[in-house]
Design a protein around this ligand. Structure first.
Ligand code: FES
Length: 153
């Protein structure tokens, strides 16, 4: 679906901005919102590009930079932190050779942080794309990544 088709699905009201941005981001194979999208949304909603950039920058679910095929979001809220999110972060960095906010060299994974995913009883927790993984240990984290990589081949 083209950019204009996405926009026309919504009435040009600011209350629709998050849904519009979601759809535009989802249609991009690199999971990000391009400058041209920002420009088109600003025009459609009769506002400024700065206002739309502000929204994209505020919500961690949006990105204005290309992202990997799979997006790993590690919860860094207090409960997960207390239950070992730091070890999981080190495991992800080691396994994938990627820094938070970055993308693996092959473009397969992006690593990001997120606030509480509402699964504190299973902490530490990460989300890969739309799937939640809990009770993570370094070993379980490596296995999860391996499973995703094997599904791809
Ligand atoms: S603190 Fe991590 S899921 Fe709630």
């Amino acid at each position: 679906m083209g950019r204009d088709e996405v926009l026309k699905k919504f009435t040009p009201k600011m209350e629709n901005v998050l849904q519009i941005l979601h759809e535009l981001q989802n249609r991009n194979p690199k999971h990000y919102i391009q400058k041209e999208d920002i420009n088109a949304v600003a025009k459609y909603l009769n506002t400024t590009m700065a206002a739309i950039y502000g929204i994209v920058g505020y919500y961690t679910m949006f990105s204005s930079r290309p992202r990997g095929e799979h997006i790993i979001r590690l919860c860094t809220s207090p409960v997960c932190n207390m239950k070992g999110a730091k070890d999981i972060l080190e495991t992800l960095k080691d396994t994938l050779q990627v820094q938070p906010g970055g993308m693996t060299e092959d473009g397969e994974f992006s690593l990001e942080f997120t606030q509480c995913l509402g699964q504190c009883q299973h902490s530490p927790v990460m989300m890969v794309d739309t799937e939640i993984y809990g009770e993570l240990t370094p070993e379980k984290t490596r296995e999860t990544i391996r499973d995703i990589q094997e599904k791809e081949t």
